[in-house]
Design a binder for this molecule. Structure first.
Ligand code: SF4
Ligand code: SF4
Length: 441
């Protein structure tokens, strides 16, 4: 099969990056790469999606990796995962013999092992400059769930389901594969929720980069990986919800400019000059010029290590970086590629152990198994028209249309970046809005 035919099948099936922001995969693979890395690091603590998926679907993930190599012209493939995902490692090793151009790269349990730039350095010792793409250094990184979706796309199967870990203050943490558009609250009820649910808040995604919401009713999308229920009074929640004005007061009062946040920053360790202590200085003194090089803020990947692990005063430099990024963008400042990059020789020693980090976040009790279970049937879904980077898809069905699971219901607008969307259950279209298509079985 030609690389173009593979990319067209991936486009038809609506495959997007399942582990990140949902970048359309057919666009990502339209490049000339030397190596494709399968990201099986499962970077965020508590989530149990990728490690179980590799154990169950190693064969198809390797097939998807091989297809991604064909589509991008890469001669080499690497599955990167953590050595303590024993079942996943065994399953990948067992199937590797069919793929002489693919190797296994094992990592210890550190954060952020799955961050794209950190992973590329870990595997290839190449650094992707700020504002450049992995393809600029000859690399494509794809999450293992996306690779499975690539294999299924070539078999003619569209992306209609997502695997999600449900954990935190639920009775039985579990991982479910559900139709896209399923109400998140349904998954919570399957695991058993507290009677005083109004005293809880939901973390969508992982604890390092996920978002908090009090709204428990929203649709699962192609990129949802985790639902973690937490008490509203938990130290982690209170810290994240602290008003910005109070954070600035604390930065003024407590930040001693020790620069531990910068010393432990993984982007800084790659040689990318991210310097959160300068952001703290700038916000404390209300003087943006104290940041110096805008890349000190703009090259931040929002991994949260500075806040969740590095700062001994409990400050939140990651959020200050996020606020400054917004401010810099308003001023028209853009990240620039570095002229010279020298990775920190002590980088290996700065890898943050996941167990220490979640202990500091007060989340250790939630780092428990969440075995995959069969999900009950879902009879109603609300499928968002934008689950990906790019333009929202355009509906091609009408209210009252009858559809089967897998049917195309919304298409990429002409000449736009986007992803096709398919019916995730069989049934009738009951409502179409500017944001979503609602189906009932
Ligand atoms: S934010 Fe914390 S770690 Fe960073 S310079 Fe200030 S006190 Fe040090
Ligand atoms: S969130 Fe903090 S540690 Fe992570 S990249 Fe940004 S500044 Fe560095």
């Amino acid at each position: 099969m030609s690389s173009e035919s593979i990319r067209n099948l991936i486009k038809d099936a609506g495959v997007v990056g399942a582990g990140g922001a949902g970048f359309p995969t057919h666009v990502k693979l339209n490049c000339k790469a030397e190596v494709v890395i399968a990201n099986g690091a499962e970077c965020e603590p508590i989530l149990r999606v990728d490690q179980q998926l590799m154990e169950r679907e190693a064969k198809n993930i390797l097939r998807g990796l091989s297809l991604a190599m064909e589509a991008s012209g890469a001669k080499k493939g690497v599955v990167a995962t953590k050595s303590h995902y024993f079942g996943a490692v065994a399953a990948i090793k067992e199937n590797l013999r069919d793929y002489p151009n693919i190797s296994l790269h094992l990592m210890r349990s550190y954060y952020p092992a799955g961050d794209e730039k950190s992973l590329i350095y870990e595997v290839t010792k190449r650094v992707v400059p700020t504002s450049k793409l992995p393809a600029d250094v000859g690399v494509v990184v794809s999450n293992v769930n996306s690779l499975l979706n690539i294999a299924q796309a070539v078999d003619g199967r569209a992306v209609t389901k997502k695997i999600v870990t449900v954990s935190g203050e639920v009775n039985s943490p579990a991982t479910y594969e559900v139709p896209i558009g399923t109400d998140a609250y349904l998954l919570l009820t399957w695991t058993g929720i507290p009677l005083d649910i109004e005293n809880y808040i939901l973390l969508v995604g992982g604890p390092c980069m996920g978002r908090l919401t009090e709204n428990l009713h929203f649709p699962i999308t192609k990129t949802t990986g985790g639902l973690i229920l937490l008490p509203k009074t938990h130290q982690y929640v209170l810290k994240r919800q602290m008003p910005l004005e109070k954070q600035i007061v604390l930065a003024r009062a407590c930040c001693c400019q020790c620069s531990q946040c910068t010393q432990m920053c993984p982007r800084n360790a790659l040689g990318l000059n991210v310097q959160p202590h300068k952001a703290m200085r700038a916000i404390a003194q209300a003087n943006g010029k104290l940041v110096g090089d805008p890349n000190a803020v703009l090259a931040c990947c929002s991994c949260g290590i500075c806040t969740n692990y590095a700062c001994n005063f409990g400050l939140n430099p990651a959020n200050i970086m996020a606020q400054l990024k917004i401010e810099f963008a308003k001023q028209g400042l853009r990240p620039q590629p570095e002229q010279s990059i020298v990775p920190d020789p002590a980088q290996e020693m700065k890898k943050v152990p996941v167990s220490r980090m979640i202990a500091r976040m007060g989340l250790k009790k939630y780092d428990v198994p969440a075995p995959q279970k069969d999900a009950p049937a879902v009879s109603r879904v609300i499928i968002p028209l934008r689950q990906h980077i790019g333009a929202p898809s355009e509906p091609i069905v009408q209210e009252g249309s009858v559809v089967a699971a897998g049917d195309l219901i919304a298409m990429i607008p002409e000449k736009a970046l986007g992803a096709n969307i398919h019916a995730s259950i069989s049934g009738r279209v009951v409502k179409i809005t500017s944001d979503s298509i609602e189906l009932e079985a």
